[in-house]
Design a protein around this ligand. Structure first.
Ligand SMILES: [Cu+2]
Length: 228
């Protein structure tokens, strides 16, 4: 886009000059297109740099409350990231998750931001991913139900009034051909640390219809999360 605009900007004055034989009037025409091209790349650079700052602490209140960078392995006592399906989540695949509080800068509702990156999963696949209530265990179901801000009195919760991406943390992603992918989401509440204990990766994207909301197929892998 920027390149096309720059080319157009460069071409236009040339045409004007060629057409009009180069009178002094072209100075305005020549000056104008000259302005956007230096400005565009400059604005791009500045935006990139400041975007980083905004994420890191635009309001000064953002606080990282959990950060993991783990390698998946078959379950064992003390494994921090467990795979239950080595075809979809091979041993050696990696997961990185950062949870930051106060991300949206609203003082009344500080909010929480979740940032997920995975590497080396099955390629070109739609995975579901959520925050769950219990630590990972030998059994995929050990990680318990989804963390909910307002808890559905009926568990497991498949009621879209509770099982939705405002009340739960959904981090669905699609991997590229190498099996890498990322996802982020934010919610306008702060998690109760002792009740948000794991990230679970599922076999499918998360469903939203009544009676199946929040479900996303088998639990393929799990990573322990400890909130500060
Ligand atoms: Cu889940």
């Amino acid at each position: 886009m920027a390149l096309k605009r720059t080319l157009a900007a460069l071409t236009l004055p040339l045409l004007l000059i060629a057409g009009c034989g180069g009178t002094d009037d072209e100075d305005t025409g020549g000056g104008e297109p000259g302005v956007p091209s230096p400005t565009d790349p400059g604005a791009g650079d500045g935006g990139g740099g400041e975007g980083g700052d905004e994420d890191a602490g635009g309001d000064g209140d953002e606080r990282v409350i959990a950060q993991i960078a783990e390698t998946f392995e078959p379950y064992s006592d003390g494994a921090a990231a467990v795979t239950y399906d080595e075809e979809m989540v091979p041993e050696g695949a990696r997961v990185e998750l950062t949870i930051a509080s106060g991300g949206d800068g609203d003082e009344d509702e500080p909010g929480t931001e979740f940032d997920l990156e995975v590497y080396g999963l099955h390629g070109d696949h739609d995975f579901g991913a959520h925050m769950h209530t219990d630590p990972c265990g030998a059994d995929p179901d050990d990680s318990g139900p989804h963390y909910q801000d307002r808890k559905d009195p009926e568990q497991p919760s498949t009621d879209p009034r509770y099982a939705n991406d405002d009340n739960e943390v959904w981090l669905d992603l699609r991997t590229d051909s190498r099996g890498d992918g990322d996802s982020d989401t934010d919610v306008d509440w702060t998690p109760r640390p002792e009740e948000m204990r794991s990230l679970v990766i599922h076999a499918e994207h998360t469903k939203t219809a009544h009676g199946e909301a929040g479900t996303a197929g088998d639990r393929l892998a799990c990573a322990d999360v400890e909130l500060k």
